[in-house]
Each structure stands twice: as structure tokens, then as C-alpha cells.
Design a protein around this ligand. Structure first.
Ligand code: FE2
Length: 419
């Protein structure tokens, strides 16, 4: 007796080919995938030839600041730095319940749209570590329907205040999954370099992943990515390391960028671009031509680096828009990075699915294969291109073998004349 049987699936397989199959689930595990499965089941869903995909992966978001746009004031300049100032004011009165309630509301919004794996940064620059504690509690409370990773993120820098270094280490002691940083926001370049070394030291001491906000600035002299790459190579941490944003990479001169790409080819580090937010945050001091403010996604992808796309913010001091829809993210990334070739469009879909799973180091439990945990989504689309082009609705979300969400497809009736 199966728990769930999905009939007539158009399955997007791990090798990215499509197979027309049934999928059987028992005790939270995918137990069979075949053209026609017989046997009894507790629940059967007719998928009607729609696209069945592994769930979306949100590899970079700040759940602690989500849903606070306008509190206490709107970011009128639209810059990263006004955002940091506003958040510094807002976080004076965060509470455990405030953060938890907004984080869970955001996670529900994401799961409704097919996101079942999330990496969130938690600001650990305030002495009570309320945001971190809240997200660690949320991680536990939601674990039956969504996987949440928490990064200890020193938003104000590790060396800007004497206690910040200790707070970061305490956050790892409390159970953060990854150690973060913001070297371009440290007071000096030397502090920035020192902060990267400290992050790697802590990652090794506590055996944690690394995810650094790196060079999120238009300054073409912001060059901490090379430090991250060097540390990743020397420590052997490789694919356990992620460089987020790296927007300055889009401003480097080509001679330096070419050299850096060569260095990066020798590491296994992951990259996360956040096109929705960086296309609006960056370039604010430019006149014209105005830069795009996103890292060199296409070039990194072309040389085989693992690149994923993140949403970064949903209605917070840095970005007042957003719904958590990863197809919006892929759609914007495709435009900003000029990835309009057929393989490039498909790659943009992979950047919100498989590549994100690799970044989160959850590949062993990701993908629709016999023996893997049964997490999948059904899209009202026929392939990856169709899903992105129409930002297709996720009709069903199956999480850990259970139907978590069903969304009705809106029906439009044409009342005009045919001519
Ligand atoms: Fe971020």
C-alpha cells in the first residue's frame, strides 16, 4: 500500500531529461518511478502530464528582516547603506516573537510557491542574539515541512565593535549551520581580509559551512573574493564555501576579472547572485551608462562554477517588493545576466533548484529518484523554459511524502469578439 501515487507525471529528472511516468511514495520515500505503477494507495493524484520538478531552493534570504518594509521608515535612496541604517533602527525593538512570526509567515509564502529548502542569514550583530535564537527555534518548528539552514551573519562587521567577534562565535556555539561575514563593510581593507581569515578559522573549529556576503558594492577595488578563494583552497573547504553577491566582480576590469576567473576555476566554491535586489541596490551613484550590479553569472556558469540565484530580501529595508517566488528570481536573473540562449534559460531554472541544493550541501537528499526523500512540486508548465517564461503556478507541493499545498489554477473566460 503506497501513501501517495502520482499519475501521468512529466518528470524532470536529475539528468534534466523528461520522462512520462507515475511516481509512488511510501513512508516519506520515493519507492517507485515507472511508466505505469499498479498497487493500492491511500491517495492518488492525476497530474495530467504537467511538469514534476524537485522543489525550489532559496539559497539566500534574510528571514529576520523580512516583512518589515517601511518600519520605522522607507528606504528612499534605495541604497544598501540606507538599508543598513534603517535595519539598525528597526532591530532595536525586535523580539523573539516578532522575528518568529515574520519568518514563519515568509516560509509559508515560500512553501506555497514550491520552495522546500531555504538558507537564511541571521543578524548576529546585536548583543541579545534574538534574531539568531528566533531562527534556530523556527528551524526546529518547521522541520517537518521545510528545511531551513541558518547562517550567523555579522551584519555590522566582525571588527566594527569589540563584542562582535565573540557574538559570532557564540552564534556557532548556539547551533548556526554556517558562518557568515561582510568583509567589504569592515572599517578597513585590512579588517576585511582579517575577517575572512577569522571566518575560515571558525568554520574549521566548529565544522560549519561558510557563506560570506562578499564585495556587495560597486567599488571595483573591493577584492575580497580572491581572499575567500585563497582561504577555500588552503583549508580544503572548497564546496562547503559560498561567496554571496560578489557584485563588484561585475565592475572589475577585464584583465583582473580574467585572472580571478582562472583562480576560481581551481576552487569548488559556490556563488549566489541576487538579481532582484542587486539590480535595484547597485549603480545608485552611477550616471550613465548605469551598471547592472550583478556578478559575472554567465562567465562563472560557462566555466562550470556552481551558481545559484537567491531572493535575498522580501519586503525589508533593502527591497520593498518580492513574494518569495523563485521563478521571479530566475526570470530577473535571466534578463540581467543576458542568459537568453536555450541552454542558458534552462541553466537559470537550475540556479533556483539543483544548484541551490548543491550550495546548501543537501544534494544527497535532493532530486526525484527512487530511495530519496519525497519532496517535489507540480508546475502548470511543460518544461523549464515554459515554467520561467510564464512564471508558472505551482499546483501541488509534496513535502516529505505529504501533500502540503494545492493551488487552483485561475481560469480566464474571453468575452470579446473573435475578430
Ligand atoms: Fe544578503
Amino acid at each position: 500500500m503506497y501513501d501517495l501515487l502520482l499519475r501521468q507525471c512529466r518528470l524532470l529528472q536529475t539528468d534534466r531529461t523528461i520522462a512520462e511516468v507515475d511516481i509512488a511514495i511510501k513512508e516519506r520515500v520515493i519507492v517507485d518511478i515507472a511508466p505505469k505503477i499498479t498497487g493500492n494507495t491511500k491517495l492518488e493524484l492525476d497530474i495530467q502530464g504537467k511538469l514534476v520538478s524537485p522543489p525550489f531552493v532559496e539559497s539566500h534570504i534574510h528571514l529576520d528582516s523580512a516583512l518589515t518594509a517601511g518600519e520605522p521608515r522607507w528606504n528612499q535612496s534605495g541604497t544598501l547603506f540606507e538599508g543598513i541604517e534603517i535595519w539598525r533602527e528597526r532591530k532595536q525593538n525586535i523580539s523573539l516573537e516578532d522575528v518568529k512570526q515574520r519568518a514563519i509567515a515568509t516560509l509559508k509564502q515560500q512553501a506555497t510557491q514550491g520552495v522546500l529548502f531555504v538558507r537564511s542569514h541571521a543578524d548576529v550583530s546585536e548583543t541579545s542574539l534574538t534574531a539568531l535564537q528566533a531562527l534556530l527555534e523556527v528551524r526546529q518548528e518547521v522541520k517537518d515541512w521545510i528545511t531551513l539552514q541558518v547562517v550567523a551573519f555579522p551584519q555590522d562587521g566582525i571588527y566594527s565593535e569589540p563584542q562582535n567577534d565573540l557574538l559570532l562565535e557564540k552564534a556557532l556555539d548556539m547551533g548556526a549551520d554556517a558562518v557568515g561575514g561582510i568583509p567589504h563593510y569592515e572599517l578597513t581593507r585590512e579588517d576585511g581580509v582579517k575577517s575572512v581569515h577569522r571566518i575560515f578559522e571558525l568554520a574549521q573549529k566548529y565544522d560549519r559551512l561558510v557563506d560570506i556576503h562578499c564585495d556587495e558594492i560597486d567599488d571595483d577595488q573591493s577584492r575580497f573574493l580572491e581572499v575567500v578563494a585563497a582561504c577555500a583552497s588552503r583549508t580544503g573547504l572548497g564546496s562547503r564555501v559560498t561567496a554571496s553577491h560578489t557584485t563588484a566582480f561585475g565592475s572589475y576590469n577585464n584583465a583582473y576579472a580574467g585572472k580571478l576567473l582562472g583562480f576560481l576555476r581551481r576552487t569548488q566554491i559556490n556563488f549566489i547572485a541576487n538579481p532582484l535586489i542587486n539590480i535595484t541596490l547597485q549603480g545608485r551613484t552611477d550616471t550613465y551608462p548605469k551598471r547592472r550590479g550583478v556578478t559575472r553569472v554567465k562567465e562563472l556558469w560557462q566555466q562550470g562554477a556552481n551558481v545559484s540565484f537567491g531572493h535575498d530580501c522580501i519586503q525589508d529595508p533593502w527591497y520593498s517588493l518580492g513574494t518569495g517566488n523563485m521563478l521571479d528570481v530566475a526570470f530577473m536573473g535571466l534578463h540581467v545576466c543576458q542568459m537568453t540562449g536555450t541552454a542558458e534559460i534552462d541553466a537559470c531554472y537550475d540556479m533556483v533548484t539543483w544548484n541551490g541544493a548543491k550550495t546548501l550541501n543537501v544534494e544527497d537528499r535532493y532530486g526525484i529518484e527512487i530511495g530519496k526523500p519525497s519532496n517535489l512540486i507540480v508546475l502548470n508548465a511543460c518544461d523549464r523554459y515554459d515554467a520561467i517564461r510564464r512564471r508558472a503556478i505551482v499546483e501541488y507541493v509534496i513535502s516529505q511524502g505529504k501533500l502540503l499545498v494545492k493551488t487552483e489554477i485561475p481560469r480566464t473566460i474571453w468575452h470579446g469578439s473573435c475578430s
